[in-house]
Design a protein around this ligand. Structure first.
Ligand SMILES: Cc1ncc(COP(=O)(O)O)c(C=O)c1O
Length: 441
């Protein structure tokens, strides 16, 4: 079984030199949690500049859906790069963008024909959804959730409610957005317990919010992550989106699914919202869509995507290389990788649940497919967040050659490539267990 190989102190000498340059020249706003300087990567294996080998359970923050440098994706990019690098889909036509739009439309839920807008990132996909909702409804108010991360451009940031550092010094943001509690049942904002709560968090919107401060007929859209990502890999109860979607429909409010992190097969279905049996009005996509090339997409039924020429566009959005990478990615997802995400996700979840029975600090283990989170607590009874243990566990894992990341206040996320094998899951589990034992055992 292949295992990580760490030959040097971390960071090694070559990595140290690069980090010194980075510190001089690169924006200090980035949040590196450990000093990994990547040289090359294939599948789930990442080699740093000093030849150390790491097992990657971050997939570049849930992006490398098909693993690092999947040969079919690389071939598609190479073939396209011989033919056309850029022409700007805003002003001209080219095959890759049109074919990808057609493919995404064929995957869209429901019977209606969808149209697709292309940008370069998750934030741009959300930004486009935000503007389309305003355009289509001509309404000014919006609703989003605490814990949500929708991106960092000013519009997307206005919807984000993840960490105050992301908003500090940037106010005023776009007005008219009300944030409400998500169905984070492990830490219910109303101190209730599912299912006895009968989804009070949903009913509260109609019974209190719409009755007191937010006139529903002025609300353009509800922005929601089907499963919260940066907020802690929080999976809401099965009927949450159905009930929220019904309220939205009742008042002519658009239900916008931000599938940027949870979409593109990661949860075992192409769109995470499929697990909840809900058809969103608008879907935002990015991250895993193109296996690492920058691409964002926003799609909606033609009936909703009714904006006029000139109302929104992006020079680079839907770049030919990114579109070909996405077409190759989607083929791979459909062939085997979505099924593999379900299969290996179950193995990962079962392993973590077993570990949870032995370690008090693993307060909650949750997720779907290969979107799996572990919430760390000092004690199960009071659920005191163990953010310091989380940081040390991630650090120890890095030192042992396992790449993982945090999410939420005190959770660890596992979001490997959808190509992950059973052996790789087992290696991850064994290293993670060593780290838990050392830090909080
Ligand atoms: C759910 C969600 N939406 C939007 C974004 C923003 O994506 P990007 O960083 O590509 O702008 C992210 C990024 O983490 C995300 O997880």
């Amino acid at each position: 079984m292949r295992r990580p190989q760490i030959h040097t102190p971390l960071p090694g000498p070559r990595a140290q030199e690069l980090i010194r340059l980075d510190t001089a020249y690169v924006s200090p706003s980035y949040t590196r949690v450990y000093p990994l300087v990547v040289d090359r990567a294939a599948g789930l294996w990442v080699q740093d500049l000093d030849g150390n080998l790491f097992l990657d359970f971050t997939a570049g923050i849930a992006v490398n859906a098909t693993g690092h440098c999947h040969p079919k994706v690389v071939d598609a990019i190479k073939a396209q790069s011989d033919q056309l690098l850029h022409m700007s889909g805003t002003d001209f036509y080219y095959t890759a963008q049109i074919r990808l739009a057609q493919k995404l439309a064929s995957l869209a839920p429901g019977e209606e024909t969808h149209r697709v807008y292309f940008g370069n990132s998750g934030a741009e996909a959300v930004e486009a959804a935000f503007k389309l909702a305003r355009w289509h409804t001509k309404r000014e108010l919006n609703i989003a959730f605490f814990g949500a991360f929708h991106g960092r451009t000013m519009g997307a940031l206005s919807l984000t409610a993840s960490k105050t550092i992301q908003k500090r010094n940037y106010n005023p943001l776009v007005p008219g957005i009300t944030h409400i509690p998500y169905a984070y049942c492990y830490r219910c904002a109303y101190n209730l317990t599912y299912p006895e709560c009968h989804l009070f968090c949903v009913r509260w919107v109609e019974d209190t919010l719409f009755r007191t401060t937010v006139p529903p007929e002025e609300v353009a859209a509800i922005f929601v992550e089907p499963i919260q990502g940066e907020g802690g890999y929080v999976v809401p109860p099965p009927e949450f989106h159905r009930e929220f979607g019904a309220i939205a429909r009742k008042y002519g409010i658009l239900y916008v699914a931000d599938e940027v992190q949870c979409g593109m097969g990661r949860t075992g279905k192409m769109f995470a919202m499929e697990h909840f049996g809900v058809m969103p009005d608008i879907i935002a996509l990015a991250k895993g869509i193109a296996s690492g090339l920058p691409l964002g997409a926003m799609m909606a039924p033609a009936r909703i995507m009714d904006w006029e020429a000139g109302s929104h566009a992006s020079t680079f959005g839907g770049n030919p290389l990114a579109c070909q990478a996405a077409l190759a990615t989607i083929d791979l997802l459909e062939e085997t990788l979505m099924d593999n995400a379900s299969l290996q996700g179950e193995r990962l979840m079962a392993g973590l649940r077993q570990m949870q029975s032995r370690f008090e600090c693993m307060g909650d283990v949750r997720g779907k497919g290969l979107m799996v989170g572990v919430e760390l607590v000092k004690d199960r009874e009071r659920k005191t967040p163990a953010a310091d243990w989380r940081a040390r566990i991630i650090q120890r894992a890095f030192e042992k050659g396992l790449l993982i990341l945090g999410c939420g206040q005190n959770s660890i996320r596992f979001c490997p490539a959808l190509t992950v094998s059973a052996d790789e899951i087992d290696v991850c589990l064994s290293i993670f267990e060593e780290c838990i034992q050392e830090v909080a055992g």
